[in-house]
Design a protein around this ligand. Sequence first.
Ligand code: SAM
Length: 216
Amino acid sequence: MRLRHKPWAVEFIDAHTDVVIPNPEAHKTKWSEVFGNDNPVHIEVGTGKGQFVIGMALQNPDINYIGIELFDSVLVCALEKTIEAEKPANLRLLKVNGAKLEEFFAKGDVSRVYLNFSDPWPKIRHAKRRLTHEGFLKLYENVLIDNGEIHFKTDNRGLFEYSLVSMNEYGMALKFVSLDLHVNMPEDNVMTEYEQKFSALGQPIYRLECQFKSNK
Ligand code: SAM
């Protein structure tokens, strides 16, 4: 998702360093200092306008959440919503590329990775850009706790099938798979912006939870 250029976005983001962490490298191995507690840290890579990560932070005050987004024009929407939600103490945002996670997090800093409606990159020559490509799985493994999990939702059947194969070939254990999440919607499901849009069109939502094995 790339929205119309917003010249004011950078200035607005820079004025809210209490929410959007300006130098995340400085907090590697020390995220507990940012949140003021030792609670687990869950990250969402490709957080978009932030509805999911804000909803999760409000629903689960004992978990710390970090929403990661590449573009200023999109992140600024997540920042505005975070301000509207009165800046939950357990939520921070990063304007960074998820491909650089290891610059900001050490092994064990992160307890769970969420990927929601990731860009599908349907052309084979762009497969390495998919957030469930083995290159990204390696990154997630390198920042997660042992036996850490990825929770993934999408409306895109092709990306879902690709991700199942990619995770299986990587040696991950599949813990949960749904081909139509909204048929038996879990009570605690927090919908993302894209999830709301596609489910309103009657499209099935695919979801999986998978886990890295520490002794592969
Ligand atoms: N997760 C949101 C949702 O479900 O409504 C947004 C989905 S949108 C299709 C994907 C988002 O991921 C876009 O905002 C895009 O900018 C972001 N994104 C894609 N690749 C990224 C990367 N490598 N690092 C950080 N964000 C990324």
